[in-house]
Write a protein that binds this ligand. Structure first.
Ligand code: GLN
Length: 535
């Protein structure tokens, strides 16, 4: 079967949830037994989002093969069985990079290199390459229709629909139907304009997904359909939801997946979305709640810890608990000495992070969790800081430090590996992607995973310095997981504590509502038990 293409664009405003929409369309199609992949095309010039500030752009998602990707790839993996790779996400910067390198090598044979056809051809080549072998390739175009930056991408997908057969491609446009309070009316004009913009460049959407805060009545749907030249039953309502995992169900109720398989003439089995109904049911009807303190630096923009937040929510869904995420700014905590947030949290989590800011507040918090037997989960930087806390406060190495925070420290318990010291560029040069680790038999980690050989995704430059391992172990810290090939510490834990564990990798990238990550589930369960003890 030839691969079919679904292009997803967005109009009117950004932040309409295009990533979740694309992922949810994917979920409905997978429920019909179709094999799919999902791509994200980003119009910005950065070669990848790896060096972008998470406060501006949200989290950097890491793929199995070690690509630093847009956070939408995280949505794709959470909603579907798609395993994204470096081919699943590319930017204008990457496309230009490739084209300029080809030009330098003389591959254009002296021709004038232009946006059309050279840039658009490169975009098409990348899309085709990533789509190979799948029934359906969903392609999400970043940005909003009307932006200058996204034009070459829109032109490229228009050409794809022209190059391929009629039923091989389709366009889905996500738009907003705002409620204007003064008129007490839902307004369709922005949608009309945004579809007009698309049609100016030769793209007629086949389906409209209309974000709205209230139901669309028949009259309004007819009006939208008429003005945008979309079939009446292809105007899909997407009302705001309390649980993001309800979106596949809502799309299905609106008939979205039926319209897709009809249009693309896909042979597919009957959809079964029961698993999503169960997830939403557990989320909406929790038996109790638990509060997790996330002690970090980027606490202003919740999207900077997107996968982490979702992983905690998945654990809650599995345990039928509402998980309250309580963000604690570690810098403020240390500077003001106001530690009142500690008492509000049933478990402490220190997520990944970079740089020196806020480290002292993290160390104080870990000490409190360790001494007061509060469940503690450290992730990446969280492991490194937990080691520093242990070295300083238990082993008495007062100057224990990381060369990330203090390059001239004499107690470099956290240090860079030799090959990382050679690296000069910041982009794409960390220890990235999936690596194996071996867990110690009978350790808490091995019990939680239910196995001793694991593979998890990494994104860091610093490591535990092996010179200190015997001192740490003699001092009572258990090194329960190691990468044997590279001889690196992966997991640490404490025995005389109900739940104290930290990992050098990012388990949150592999958690899904359908398959919550065991470490998050076990941690949230321990936090809930701790809550029971407190009350
Ligand atoms: N800054 C630390 C390092 O590079 C931790 C990185 C992280 O938490 N992802 O090693």
């Amino acid at each position: 079967m030839k691969t079919k293409f679904i292009f997803v664009t967005g109009g009117v405003v950004s932040s309409l949830g295009k990533g979740i929409a694309a992922a949810s369309i994917g979920a409905t199609l997978e429920s019909r037994g179709l094999k799919l992949t999902i791509l994200k095309l980003d119009p910005y010039i950065n070669v990848d989002p790896g060096t972008m500030n998470p406060l501006q752009h949200g989290e950097v998602f890491v793929t199995e093969d070690g690509y630093e990707a847009d956070l939408d790839l995280g949505h794709y993996e959470r909603y579907t069985n798609v395993i994204t790779t470096r081919d699943s996400n590319f930017t204008t910067g990457q496309i230009y990079n490739t084209v300029i390198q080809k030009e330098r090598r003389g591959e254009y044979l002296g021709k004038t290199v232009q946006v059309i056809p050279h840039i658009t051809d490169q975009i098409k080549e990348n899309i085709y390459k990533a789509a190979e072998g799948f029934d359906v390739a969903l392609v999400e175009i970043g940005g909003t229709v009307g932006d200058i930056e996204s034009l070459p991408f829109l032109e490229a997908i228009r050409q794809i629909s022209h190059d391929l057969e009629r039923h091989q491609t389709m366009f889905i446009h996500l738009t907003l139907i705002p409620w204007i309070a003064a008129a007490e009316e839902l307004k369709t004009k922005p949608t009309q304009h945004s579809v007009n913009k698309l049609r100016e460049i030769g793209i007629q959407p086949d389906i409209l997904i209309c974000r709205t805060d209230r139901p669309l009545d028949e009259e309004l749907r007819r009006k939208i359909a008429l003005f945008t030249n979309v079939a009446y039953d292809s105007v899909i309502e997407a009302q705001d939801v309390e649980c993001v995992y309800a979106v596949p169900l809502n799309f299905h109720k609106e008939g979205l997946d039926s319209r897709v398989v009809e249009h693309l003439q896909l042979w597919a089995k009957r959809p079964n979305l029961q698993i999503w109904a169960d997830i939403v049911d557990s989320y909406m009807n929790p038996k109790d709640e638990v509060t997790i303190g996330i002690i970090g630096k980027y606490t202003d923009l919740k999207d900077s810890y997107k996968s982490l937040n979702e992983a905690l929510i998945h654990a809650g869904i599995a345990l039928n608990l509402k998980v309250n995420l309580h963000y604690v700014d570690s810098e403020k905590l240390h500077d003001t000495g106001d530690t009142s947030d500690w008492a509000k949290c049933d478990g402490f989590l220190i997520p990944g992070g970079f740089g020196k800011r806020g480290i002292k507040g993290k160390i104080d918090s870990i000490q409190y969790a360790r001494e007061n037997k509060i469940p503690f989960f450290g992730i990446c930087l969280g492991l490194q800081v937990a080691i520093l806390e242990y070295a300083q406060n238990v082993l008495g190495i007062k100057n224990a430090d990381s060369t990330e925070f203090n390059p001239s420290t004499t107690e470099n318990i956290i240090d860079m590996m030799a090959e990382q010291k050679e690296v000069k560029n910041l982009g794409g040069t960390m220890r990235l992607g999936a690596f194996k680790a071996t867990l110690q038999k009978d350790s808490m980690a091995a019990k939680i995973y239910g196995k001793e050989e694991i593979s998890e995704r990494h994104r860091h430059r610093w490591e535990v310095n092996n010179k200190y391992i015997s001192a740490l172990e003699e001092g009572g810290l258990k090194i329960s997981g190691k990468n044997k090939d590279l001889d690196l510490v992966e997991v640490i834990e404490l025995e005389d504590h109900p739940w104290f564990l930290a990992v050098q990798y990012h388990p949150e990238f592999k958690s899904k509502p359908i398959a919550p990550h065991p470490l998050f589930q076990s941690f949230v369960e321990a936090a809930y038990q701790n809550k029971g003890k407190k009350s």
